[in-house]
Every structure is written in structure tokens, then in C-alpha cells.
Design a protein around this ligand. Structure first.
Ligand SMILES: [Zn+2]
Length: 495
């Protein structure tokens, strides 16, 4: 998950050459070869480096050594793995702390300076009233219940939505329903929002992406909220007048549309009531065609062949190119996260194609792809599921000797069931532990989505000696990819 940009270009070049030698003409199904790790026959202190300053009371020491010789820390032998990876979690006194490592006649001293903690500033609770309105200028923006990271995420807002602003707090604007968005995400105007109302409805019963789409024509694409309930979805359009909803004719997804708000109310609310026993797999909102479009995705229909024919699966290999992701015990002398992610993702792709699925990849080689580009592809493709594949790393103040295992990340409460399924099924298939509860709720661009089920897998920790040693092995990367493929298949086929 952690980004480090100090990746040695020399090593990347060597890796590229190695990869080119194994890649048959850049075919999408080319199997990627991660560079083989060779013992450095010296001490490499990956964490915390030669000198570090921290306010923590402990620090992790993590690195690689010559595995033909014992390794000593301040004169005492310490253990390392088969590949020569070691980790220690060390108590710190205030001021200077020196740790000396010795291995095959080489000495390395690490200086750690512990400073006093500055008290953290809590997130603000209030706001300063402010008028005007703002138009969201970026897609898929962070939207929260309060003005700070301690507040829950709400569904992301799409580009083009016009919001009445009622106040500001820190870096955020407050909206009509008391939620908050970043000031940097909107074009602000001190003018009041022009008066707005729904003028007409237009329904497309089944789009190419198997969605029932309802277009609400209105002068201004209103700030909205969608509440997915068991038997209906409730759409609130803020500062917008109503129009009577149309009658639907035998739609496979939506039974009817009901006006919930009083005619004349400041905000209009519609319930889209689902057909009995039917629930959309996902939904999306877009500003286009002179208003707002809301689409309800039909659940994937399993093919008669019993395989994944007709299903679209998006696989996203984390990082790439200049962004190496987390680094392992020997820093740039051992494979970085981006290469492991790619090898695993290519293996998952191979499995899923073999089961008849259409697989869309955000990258198939060592290139940089921005988060914006990755999200744009997911929104364009509307896959039946999107799975991002990463591996993990923790800060040096966390105990790296015990922080290990599988985590599945998600961003919105509705995604928790998918995340739970992936964590449990993958952990059982690989016979590998989950880290803590196996789930991690986080504001991530790749999971802050409603248009398809979306999870982000952090398979293991590059910052833990045992996890990293497991991850390094080509056979394990292949196995991990195949098992991710199988879990996706189970989820889509409801097995
Ligand atoms: Zn990552």
C-alpha cells in the first residue's frame, strides 16, 4: 500500500531487460517473471535506514543479511529466515538510540532519535456558515459525514453535480444535508444555486451493460443521495422541485417509482422499488444528457455452460513503472511490490480467461497507470466485479515481526459482505492467516465506487520477513493469483 519513489533506476532497467527476454511480443497473457532474489552477502537495513527520527516508543528494524553467517544485534545473535531476512521490534529511550548489527565481519550502526510527541489535533466538529454553491469538478470525490478523516465515508460524488453550500470547516465545504466535501474538489460561486426541478423522466429498460437506467431531466444536475435498502433505493435530490414519476412497463428490475416527499418540499425524494426477490448488483449516478442518470446494474446471469462466459472482470495490478509500491527486506535488491502484484494478477487473469471470462486489466506490464486512469477504466467498463491486487507494508513504529497476513480493503458499508467473502475464502484456500479481522475499511480510489462490487486485496506484508519470503517465490505468486481467480469465480457464480 505504501508508496516509495526512491526506487533505483538501474535495478528497474535490469528487471525490464529480464522481463523483455521472457515476454513473447507483449501478449496480454504473457506470464511475467519476477526477478529471482539473490542473497546480498552483506547487511541491508531496509527499516529504519541508517538514521531515523520518531516519536514512537518502539521501532522496527528490518532487513537482509548474509545467510551463511550469524547475525548479531548489539552483540547478541538474532534469528533470520532461510533467505536471510530479519526483523526486531526495539524499545526506544528518549534521545539517541544506537543499534549495531554485525554479520560476516561487516558492522552497521543504526541511529534512532526519539522525540517527544506533539499532541494530535482532533478533527473539527463545527463549521462557519457560508452561502453560495459549488459544482463538483472531479469524478468520484471523497464525501464524508464530517470535516475530517475520522468521519465515515459516504458514496462518492460524480463530476458535474451542483451543491448548495451551507458552510466551511478546515479544508471542507458543508453541504445541504450536513455532509462534507473537499473545497479543492468544487468550483465555488458565491451566487445562490439557480432554481431547479425535475422536468421529465426517461427509462432505458436494459443498457448494453445490463442496467436499468433512469434519466431525470433537470436544469441543474442536483446534489443527490442514494440510499440502498433491501427492497428499494431512495434517491434524494436536494434543493430540487418534483415531477410525478412515470409508470414503468414490465421492467425486470424496477417495479415502480414512488414520490416520497410532499409536493412543494425543498428536497425531492423518490423510491425506486425493486421487483420481488430482485436486487441490483450495483448502481451508478452520472451527470449527462441534461440532468442526472441513475442506473441499476442487473445481477450477472450465469451462462448455461456453468463457467464465466459473458462476465466481465476487471483486474487491477497495484502500482507499476516509477511507482514501485512497498519495498521488501533488501530494498531495491529484492523484488518490489509492483512486480509481485503484476505476477499475481497475470496468474489470476490466466485462470479467469481459462474459465471463459472477459478480463480487463489496468496494466499487463511494468508501466505507470494513475489512480484517475484506473478508476476511469472501471467506470467505463462497468465490470461485474473489480479486484485490485496489492501487497502490504506498515510504518516502522508498528511491530513488523508480528504484523503479517491477508487483508481485504473496502470503502463503503455495502461492500463489507464482498470483502468478508474474499478474506475468508482466500485465507482458507491458501491456508494463510488473516491480519486481525482480515478486513480494512479505508478511503481508497479503487474501492470508493458503487458501479460494481469492488475490493482491494492486500495479500501479505512485504514488511514482514516470513510473509515476504513466501511472497518472493514464483510458485506462491502463481498460486495466489489462481486462488484469487477461483474466489472471484465463486463469488460471481454464487458458490
Ligand atoms: Zn500497494
Amino acid at each position: 500500500m505504501k508508496k516509495r519513489r526512491t526506487y533505483l533506476l538501474l535495478w528497474a532497467g535490469a528487471l525490464l531487460l529480464l522481463w523483455a527476454a521472457f515476454s513473447p511480443g507483449g501478449a496480454a497473457t504473457a506470464s511475467f517473471q519476477t526477478a529471482v532474489y539473490e542473497n546480498p552477502h552483506t547487511i541491508i537495513v531496509a527499516v529504519p535506514g541508517e538514521k531515523a527520527t520518531t516519536t514512537g516508543d518502539h521501532i522496527s528494524l528490518y532487513g537482509a543479511c548474509d545467510y551463511d553467517y550469524p547475525l548479531y544485534l548489539n552483540g547478541t545473535a538474532i534469528p533470520y529466515t532461510e533467505h536471510g531476512f530479519f526483523a526486531q521490534y526495539l524499545a526506544l529511550q528518549m534521545g539517541e538510540n544506537r543499534f549495531t548489527l554485525e554479520n560476516n565481519g561487516v558492522n552497521k550502526t543504526v541511529l534512532v532519535i526519539r522525540e517527544a510527541k506533539t499532541p494530535a489535533t482532533p478533527d473539527p466538529t463545527g463549521y462557519t456558515p457560508q452561502g453560495g454553491h459549488g459544482v463538483v469538478r472531479l469524478d468520484n470525490i471523497t464525501h464524508r459525514q464530517g470535516p475530517g478523516t475520522s468521519y465515515a465515508l459516504l458514496e462518492p460524488l460524480v463530476r458535474g453535480v451542483a451543491c448548495v453550500i451551507t458552510g466551511r470547516s478546515g479544508a471542507y465545504y458543508r453541504l445541504a444535508d450536513g455532509s462534507y466535501i473537499f473545497q479543492s474538489a468544487v468550483n465555488y460561486s458565491s451566487a445562490a444555486l439557480p432554481s431547479n426541478r425535475v422536468l421529465a423522466f426517461k427509462t432505458t429498460p436494459l443498457t448494453e451493460d445490463r442496467a436499468t437506467e433512469i434519466r431525470l431531466k433537470m436544469p441543474v444536475a442536483a446534489y443527490y443521495n442514494v440510499e440502498m435498502q433491501a427492497e428499494q433505493a431512495v434517491l434524494t435530490l436536494y434543493n430540487t422541485g418534483f415531477a410525478w414519476p412515470p409508470e414503468l412497463k414490465e421492467n425486470a428490475m424496477i417495479r415502480d417509482i414512488v414520490l416520497l416527499s410532499e409536493p412543494g418540499a425543498a428536497h425531492t425524494r423518490y423510491a425506486f422499488r425493486f421487483q420481488a426477490g430482485v436486487r441490483p448488483a450495483a448502481y451508478y449516478v452520472a451527470c449527462r444528457d441534461g440532468g442526472l442518470v441513475i442506473g441499476f446494474r442487473h445481477p450477472p446471469a450465469p451462462a448455461e455452460s456453468g463457467d464465466l462466459s459473458g462476465m466481465k472482470i476487471l483486474l487491477d495490478a497495484g502500482h507499476g513503472g516509477s511507482e514501485s509500491g512497498a519495498l521488501g527486506a533488501a530494498l531495491t535488491a529484492s523484488p518490489p511490490e509492483k512486480d509481485i502484484n503484476l505476477a499475481v494478477t497475470l496468474s489470476a487473469e490466466e485462470y479467469l480467461r481459462g474459465r471463459g471470462a472477459t478480463v480487463i486489466m489496468t496494466r499487463t506490464d511494468d508501466t505507470f497507470v494513475s489512480l484517475v486512469e484506473r478508476v476511469a477504466l472501471i467506470k467505463q467498463v462497468n465490470p461485474d466485479i473489480s479486484v485490485s491486487i496489492h501487497n502490504n507494508s506498515v510504518a516502522n513504529t508498528t511491530d513488523q515481526t508480528i504484523t503479517k497476513g491477508l487483508l481485504v480493503c473496502y470503502s463503503l458499508p455495502a461492500q463489507m459482505a464482498d470483502a468478508r467473502f474474499f478474506a475468508d475464502a482466500l485465507s482458507a484456500a491458501l491456508e494463510r492467516p488473516q491480519s486481525g479481522t482480515g478486513l480494512y475499511l479505508s478511503n481508497l480510489a479503487l474501492t470508493r465506487l458503487t458501479n460494481c462490487p469492488a475490493v482491494l486485496i492486500e495479500a501479505a506484508f512485504l514488511s514482514n520477513p516470513e510473509d515476504y519470503e513466501w511472497l518472493l517465490q514464483a510458485a506462491n505468486q502463481q498460486l495466489l493469483g489462481t486462488e484469487i481467480g477461483r474466489v472471484i469465480e465463486k463469488r460471481l457464480l454464487n458458490q
